[in-house]
Design a protein around this ligand. Structure first.
Ligand SMILES: [Zn+2]
Length: 62
């Protein structure tokens, strides 16, 4: 069974919260979401959706 990698809400490399989707017109579950600043891969659309769903249960501090 494949383990879904967790979406990195904060970039490991530069600490930015900005994200961009590499191919918005093909924003499938497997599409890679990358850092809006340094373009390091942060996760997939599926992982991002998963995070958004769970976000309601967890309190995110900013
Ligand atoms: Zn970054």
């Amino acid at each position: 069974m494949l383990e879904q990698p967790k979406f990195k809400f904060v970039c490991d490399a530069c600490g930015s919260l900005t994200i961009r989707i590499a191919n918005p017109e093909r924003a499938l579950d497997t599409a890679v979401v990358e850092c809006g600043r340094c373009k390091m891969p942060r996760g997939t659309m599926a992982a991002l959706r998963d995070l958004a769903r769970r976000g309601r249960d967890e309190s995110l501090e900013f």
